[in-house]
Design a protein around this ligand. Structure first.
Ligand code: NI
Length: 139
């Protein structure tokens, strides 16, 4: 369904608008409208996370698999969160390092808790959590 678009006027300080235009140009936006709509959606999604709504997303990990006991620990942690983990992909990126993508669907606070625990695990070089709304309440 294509929703009706509403035009509205926005008043901003000149300096702020110049910075905004530079920012959206760097991000390859071709119109202010799309950039503003995306900002609003991001804020709405943040609010959903705070309210512990259902999200779909992924945790991405990079680690050295030679670190003692790390791989066992990662498996233990993921078993403890099996209710929200829907899939897992392990990629050997070089001789020492692994990239792991853990797909999740569930409550946002559980997703954040899983990411916090993984991030704090000794030997993890990098952990990021990306969350998207499952659609409910966001246009
Ligand atoms: Ni590997």
């Amino acid at each position: 369904m294509i929703e009706k678009l509403i035009r509205f006027g926005v008043s901003l300080p000149e300096g702020l608008l110049k910075k905004f235009d530079r920012l959206i140009k760097e991000k390859n936006y071709t119109s202010r409208s799309k950039a503003i709509a995306d900002l609003i959606r991001e804020e709405l999604i943040k609010k959903q996370w705070q309210q512990d709504k259902e999200i779909a997303g992924a945790v991405v990990l990079v680690y050295n698999h030679h670190k003692r006991e790390l791989v066992d620990k990662l498996i233990d942690i993921q078993h403890n969160f099996q209710k929200i983990i829907i899939s897992n992909q392990h990629i050997h990126i070089d001789k020492d390092n692994c990239l792991e993508i853990i797909a999740i669907k569930g409550r946002s606070q559980q997703a954040q808790k899983l990411n916090d625990i993984l991030k704090a695990t000794k030997g993890i070089k990098h952990a990021t959590l990306s969350m998207s709304s499952t659609g409910k309440g966001i246009e």
